[in-house]
Design a protein around this ligand. Structure first.
Ligand code: NAD
Length: 350
């Protein structure tokens, strides 16, 4: 198994393999780039079939965090960690503590936060043995609700601002009135986004695998519910992927009628070339890691001890102007928005 010559290695500064026999912990911590500050990124707990799969994921995700934080104008580097195992069966206090001791060994070069398979409660547990973790404080968000550490409200707000920016630029409208948005995945981010969109005048078409959340969306948000397969075929102005990666691919592109794609899911394009296909077809794609940066902005303020809901909201709201800059430059240089976002991130890193 190669590491230094791995296709996703991309000059990573540090990679740690952490094992604890007593608790069964097998984790990998990756620090991609600390030029702008210490690395901050989530801890994914997932039953990877092979070690290779886990290494590929952690390298890809930690590099992504470098770009995401640079685009969000945060004084942070990029890092990520993965714990190999089934969070429903393998997660114990002992294992999380062993993970926390692994963070101590990095001395603050990498700060962990929640991600798929981990929760703010887990971060609280890890915090019992290390200070190098965030996303566990109770806080009042900018909707005035108290919630435990999780960053989803900020992510949803960033996603809402991204949709507004795309609608202004691409459709020339400064309101969502009369527009239809399709949300794939009504989870922590998708549902909150749905509320914001309805508040802004949009109509929703939603899909999820969770029936109870769909019933709620139908009742509270007057959303039209369609199957997870049919969501791609609906007449809509904006498609907002908020569940899975790689949903924008050759097959779904034949079916999507939306002229804007803006959602919270990571790695929405199945491959980099899909960005060019979207550009050629005149579809306005808001690059995923710019759209979903609200989460890292939120945990940054928490971790640096400067949490203030208004300040976080202002910073997250900046996603609107960042995207407008990307859309305008894409138009000027006749290049896909995904490519422009990468270029700007690299310029900021230099
Ligand atoms: P979540 O797990 O709370 O929600 C995901 C939702 O998608 C769930 O309701 C799930 O039932 C649904 N789903 C699963 N498979 C589906 C399918 N095939 N079709 C439609 N729906 C399906 O996750 P989340 O926190 O809301 O995050 C959503 C996405 O945004 C994820 O890709 C996540 O990585 C990304 N993201 C989240 C944050 C955050 O702050 N939570 C930050 C950055 C990126």
């Amino acid at each position: 198994m190669s590491v230094f010559s791995h296709p996703e290695f991309d000059h990573h500064e540090h990679l740690s393999f952490v094992h604890d026999e007593a608790s069964g912990l097998r984790a990998i911590m990756a620090v991609h780039n600390t030029r702008l500050g210490h690395a901050l990124g989530g801890t994914r707990f997932y039953p990877y079939a092979t070690d290779e799969e886990a290494i590929r994921d952690v390298l890809r995700l930690s590099r992504g965090m470098t770009y995401k934080s640079a685009m969000a104008r945060l004084p942070l580097g990029g890092g990520k960690s993965v714990i190999i195992g089934d969070p429903r069966k393998d997660k114990t206090k002992e294992l999380l503590h062993a993970f926390g001791r692994g963070l101590n060994a990095l001395g603050g070069r990498y700060i962990a936060a929640e991600d798929s398979g981990t929760t703010s409660e887990d971060m609280k547990c890890i915090h019992q043995v290390t200070e190098y973790v965030t996303g566990y404080h109770d806080k009042v968000d900018f909707e005035g609700r108290t919630h435990s550490g999780e960053p989803s409200p900020a992510t949803a707000y960033g996603c809402y601002m991204a949709i507004r920016a795309a609608v202004e630029h691409h459709l020339g409208k400064d309101s969502l009135n009369g527009l239809t948005v399709g949300i794939q995945g009504m989870g922590s981010v998708g549902y909150r986004l749905g509320r914001l969109l309805v508040g802004g005048g949009a109509r929703l078409i939603v899909a999820d695998v969770n029936e109870s959340v769909l019933a709620e969306a139908r009742q509270e948000l007057d959303a039209e519910v369609v199957s997870t397969e049919d969501i791609y075929d609906q007449p809509m102005d904006v498609f907002s992927p908020c569940a899975l990666g790689a949903t924008i691919n050759q097959e779904t592109l034949q079916r999507l009628q939306a002229s804007i794609i803006a959602g919270a899911a990571n790695n929405q394009l199945d491959r980099p070339e899909t960005g060019q296909v979207l550009f050629d077809r005149g579809i306005c794609y808001a690059p995923d890691y710019v759209v979903n940066a609200g989460g890292v902005i939120d945990v940054y303020y928490e971790q640096s001890g400067q949490y203030d809901p208004e300040r976080v909201q202002r910073h997250v709201g900046g996603i609107h102007s960042t995207l407008t800059e990307i859309f305008e430059r894409s138009q000027r240089e006749k290049k896909p928005t995904s490519e422009i976002a990468d270029t700007i991130a690299r310029e900021r890193l230099r």
